[in-house]
Write a protein that binds this ligand. Sequence first.
Ligand code: GAF
Length: 426
Amino acid sequence: PAPLEWFPAWGPADGAARASALFAEAFGGAPAGVWAAPGRVNLIGEHTDYAGGLCLPVALPHRTYVALRPRDDGRVRLVSAQEPTPWEGELADVGPGRVDGWAGYVVGVAWALAGHLRADGAPGSGAEAPGPQMPGFDAAVDSCVPFGAGLSSSAALECAVAVALDELTGTGLGGDDEGRALLASLCVRAENEIAGAPTGGLDQASALRCRADHALLVDFGRGGAARHVAAALGDLALLVIDTRAPHRLVDGQYGARRGSCVRAAEILGVPALGVLADLDGVAERLRAAGDPDAEVLVRRVRHVVTENARVRQVAALLEEGRPADVGPVLTAGHASLRDDYEVTCPELDLAADTATAAGALGARMVGGGFGGSVLALVPRPAAKTVATAVAAAFAAAGFAAPAFLVAEPAGAAGRVDDVGTSEGDA
Ligand code: GAF
């Protein structure tokens, strides 16, 4: 059999050197600094963020590095080691529907931050005191966050740009968790309005607010209020399996799930599904409303409500020092995403089932679904055995070879000099 493929996490100095070298090659000279933000793997709480629910991600040691230097002429020039096409344009021309492709994740953040600065009393708003201003900039991007793997490479790019521009404009949101929550919301605006992806806030909260060795318990029903939960896993490890399945129909399907949650909340007369404590009477009320898709709505709501309960359960198990008991909860989460939320695919199901059969304590798909990765909770010494079993099952099924990483919960976005200390709650 072919050797297993593992995604290495670059050290901060390595990542910064790569981004700086690309910067020098593309633009000449040195950047003003290098900033980095992590990908994430969500322990539990999938497809709950946009429904006002709970989630419990950890940040990956895999980061996207952005070497950036401001310009004073309002222009933006971008290159990326992962993208064949550079981008160049005027910041003043950025707006919804005006930027195609990967650049939207970068200039969208500048656009959202500029909007925040104007609203906050910066020049141009009519306010007297001159505040920070958004300049143009040159930026070079390099990343070891796996792409298209459901591990939040887009948010890693947005959030690395966000902390860079926050610092260079002197906006100062990156210094504490409250400011970082606001930065996360600006990154969500960039993704929703400029990049055009209708995602929730899970990924940006992870990249900006996580702390090393901890998971982040986020409550989107309370404005993204969050606290850190020690991820004391003992001799267990978080094995991430990138199925390499192409994201089939993911855009339309994601939006459809979100729409179902809005529709169900309307019928049930609640602001968001996250407020539902249990399923008492829910199916009856959804059916009574006469919606042609009532049975689908019943399943979607069941996922959100049971998933929220699983998040509370996993956070409690971690706090009680019982990480092994988290395994079956992950497996139950996968079943709910497969049967009730219907966002898995054959590769995700095979990876989760095979991992569990090969010794994982539990496994579930992570991220938006229809492709991407599976998280398996494994005894640390069994990580390679489980990976080997999944690779063999994929080969037998005729699927592309999967790739792997072990997620050691890492810290949040920051200037690379500060990596390891900038953990979102100074
Ligand atoms: C994607 C989205 F970007 C997140 O907001 C979240 O909804 C996730 O899918 C599912 O939990 O990563």
